[in-house]
Design a protein around this ligand. Sequence first.
Ligand code: GLU
Length: 550
Amino acid sequence: MADLNELAELLFPDVTKTIADLEKEYPARNLPEGAEVTRFAPSPTGFLHTGSLFTALIGYTIAKQSGGVFYFRLEDTDTKRTIAGSADELISQLAVFGIKHDEGYFPNGDEGKYGPYQQSKRRDIYRTVIKELIRRGRAYPDFCTTEDLEKIRAFQEANKILPGYYGVYARDRNLSVDEQIARVKAGTPWVIRYKSQGDHDKKTFFEDAIRGRIDLQDNDVDVVILKSDGLPTYHFAHVCDDHFMHSTLITRGEEWIPSTPIHLDMFRALGWEAPRYAHLPVIMKLDHGNKRKLSKRKDPEAAVSYFLETGYPPEALLVYLMSIANSNFEEWSIENKELSIKNFTFSLKKMSLDGALFDGDKLNYFSKEIIAIDPVDSILKKVTDWSEQYDKVLHEKIMANPAYFRKILNIEKERAHPRKDYAKYSDIEPLTRFFFEKDYAEIVKNGLPFNERYSKEFLSSLLKDFADKMIYGVDESTWWNSVKEIAGAHGFALSNKEYKANPENFSGSVSDAAEILRIALTGGKESPNLHEIIEILTEEVVKNRLRALA
Ligand code: GLU
């Protein structure tokens, strides 16, 4: 009678290594006590999802804070979904956020002693381990065709039985070794399944580093571990790779919680110590009152590229993600009056458990704070670089006169309470249009929102006086006195209080006069500091604009 060794040789004749050989090749890491080895393990299926950036940020932060290692493993076993070039794109996008791995897959080749860091290049490792599982009777070839599997499923459905390939429904689980060998020799196609020893009527549990004890139904499904294309499934690749790469903590999405019993069962079968798990909350969105996952199809903010294209400073998104990761972060950042997340002590224990809700207003809040305190030369450079890539119109304006644009960006900046109206770089162009003659002409053509109680003649003479009599090139209070003087001569009260006491005696208050001036120069009722605007526009331009309206 044939034995399992024979079957293992027949299935993997070229595999000569053993697990013991692999253990020697990939020895334990020499790291200080408490140092965590974490990883980011994306599938190269297109773009960096906001949830993946979140996962990467957490893995990276934990490794850095503990003096450990953060590595990058490319999970490209689903060849149908792989999109060429997307792994390199992922890495360059992570770099924009300052998330750089210490070892792993890099566009120019692997770095590190635990590679290859690309699953499609680790076939021999998987096959070595599987060969041994076959010998130990913990894995077996399954010869079912798609139709066979469909039949099993249809039977289970018709009889209201829990679906899946398990127990008596695992058709090829108990074939004799002779039969298995005969079928392999006959050339029947096969996949390899893991032989579970679980029982779905029993409970199992594990301690999640975020959620604490999680009780689950035990797994008894014989999952596929090696597909017909010779590549492993996620379950098996995870167990193998995280063992030989010596991950200490698996930070992954909560969608993997139900599969964890499968993974723990395999770790046990192999006699390996399982890493700890931290299942991260999925980022959700409120849609008509219902919570749902951020969707690639429906939500632009599901893709990190959206934030980069719209011109959010990368730190803003990072700070925002950290605020959903740790509820105490926001308080900390306010108390510390600075938003560098590097100094914040992240803790898995403080992670919120239910799906984190994406909150655009909060992101805007952080982003405004960050843009506000960024010194003018730094912000000028960032906006210039951003616009070169994403906003040609703005870029041309900046390049035509960078010094002029610098002044515009510097309005109300270098002060204790800087302006906070830019949430993203794409807000800048619309808010600064009036500084440019061509745009200003367009604004005027569309009509200016002067208060209707002022007649055309009244506005005309007021604007003419502003043009002729306002003082330029002086400090703000001297300028303001000249505005007041002109306003007074046109019947405006010099203070709101004075105006309110006797409104019938006045054309309005001086602030109404200033509003007229503001509208005439900027096209709108709201703008940052008018004196700064006038000085940047220059006396000549201001006079031209006012006279043209008078
Ligand atoms: N490739 C898996 C995914 O993208 C990785 C999960 C994990 O980190 O283990 O979901």
